[in-house]
Design a protein around this ligand. Structure first.
Ligand SMILES: NC(=O)c1ccc[n+]([C@@H]2O[C@H](COP(=O)([O-])OP(=O)(O)OC[C@H]3O[C@@H](n4cnc5c(N)ncnc54)[C@H](OP(=O)(O)O)[C@@H]3O)[C@@H](O)[C@H]2O)c1
Length: 340
């Protein structure tokens, strides 16, 4: 099989394709002949040596794949062979063959392409966990979604529509605004030229929003919190401010950490505000809840209520270009890799 390896920490060019023997599924597992592997921002941080959860470099990352089952392990019915599936993978997704526990699989509703399926698991599960399980988003709530043009951002936008948000405000590079309005965002803020806190206050008649989803961290932490109305909450789920360039910078990493600030319980009490953190990769112990969330998402997918937006597909050989494309802020939606 083919795999894309992070050969050492560094710029996108450290990604290299290597050949190795096919994996054999163990008891209770199946093997997927991979058509598409999703790229997540965490893979980029891992490549730069900024992602503490990543396996030690050299390694193969990748959190999700879609493809067709081509072999089953002991105890798994052979009916699975030939089925189209998608799955979360705990690293190793940048491979042409992947073995996973049969319980982890998402079978695809009729008519869903393997391309869309690879764009689903991580982005939509993360958005669902934050909005439904953590912040308990209610009909009529107002939301601020940072990075609304990225994979998780568009997933959160589509879930906001399903959950009947009153107003969806997003931050994104200006060239993405027209397309994001068509996808249903009510107000878009170009964070490069506007102060998002001032804009949010203007747009909400100084009330603030009920929920902020913040994957940027660093200096955004205090400002995102400042956009909340009383009884509102913010979910922190990333630290992209630690990686402004393509090469590892200890200074940027440290500066993002140090500028993130602290929350004092008394100030939280007096402000009546909530602060959550979300890391999907640390939720493996909650398999039953993840499964329930995945079933709900598969239902919405089948009903056409959610539609993953795939921006571009790169071959394994062009994985470096794919990482560079995301880091140059050029993606609107999900970027995938294909071994074909
Ligand atoms: N905690 C979790 O479980 C979890 C799960 C999935 C993702 N995440 C986090 O969520 C964030 C989005 O992930 P994603 O996979 O949806 O990413 P993505 O599709 O690549 O989208 C990221 C978007 O964020 C914006 N951005 C902000 N800072 C950036 C930077 N330094 N470099 C490149 N783009 C930047 C860009 O939009 P503009 O050009 O419009 O700014 C870009 O389109 C990441 O921070 C990731 O680590 C967390």
């Amino acid at each position: 099989m083919k795999q894309v390896w992070i050969t050492r920490k560094g710029a996108p060019e450290v990604l290299k394709v290597r050949e190795t023997t096919d994996p054999v599924p163990k008891e209770g597992h199946i093997r997927i002949n991979v058509n598409f592997a999703g790229i997540n921002f965490a893979d980029i941080l891992a490549r730069m040596g900024l992602y503490p959860d990543s396996p030690k470099v050299p390694c193969v990352v990748g959190y999700e794949v879609s493809g067709v089952v081509d072999e089953v392990g002991e105890g798994v019915h052979s009916d699975w062979i030939g089925k189209k599936v998608a799955s979360i993978t705990r690293f190793g997704g940048y491979s042409s063959k992947v073995c996973v526990d049969v319980d982890q699989l998402m079978t695809l509703p009729e008519g869903i392409s393997l391309e869309s399926a690879a764009a689903m698991p991580v982005n939509y599960l993360t958005a669902y966990i934050m909005m439904v399980e953590q912040a308990r988003f209610r009909k009529g709530d107002t939301i601020l979604i940072h990075g609304i043009g990225g994979g998780v951002g568009i997933a959160a936008l589509q879930l906001s529509k399903i959950l009947e948000a009153r107003s969806i405000i997003g931050t994104a590079s200006a060239w993405k605004h027209d397309e994001l309005s068509k996808l249903g965002a009510d107000h878009l803020i170009d964070y490069n030229s506007e102060d998002f806190v001032n804009r949010v206050m203007e747009l909400t008649e100084k009330r603030g929003v009920d929920l902020v989803l913040d994957p940027v961290g660093g200096k955004y932490v205090k400002r995102s919190y400042g956009c909340l109305r009383p009884l509102g909450s913010v979910v922190f789920y990333g630290m992209s401010s630690a990686a402004p360039g393509k090469r590892r910078s200890i200074v940027s990493g440290l500066s993002a950490l140090l500028s993130s600030g602290k929350f004092h319980p008394i100030r939280l009490m007096n402000a009546n505000k909530g602060v959550h953190g979300c890391n999907l990769g640390h939720l493996w112990s909650e398999r039953d809840r993840l499964k329930k969330a995945m079933e709900q998402l598969a239902m919405w997918l089948k009903e056409g209520k959610i539609t993953p937006v795939v921006d571009k597909v790169f071959t394994f050989e062009n994985a470096a270009e794919a990482h560079g494309y995301i880091q140059d802020h050029r993606n609107l939606g999900k970027v995938l890799l294909t071994p074909q």
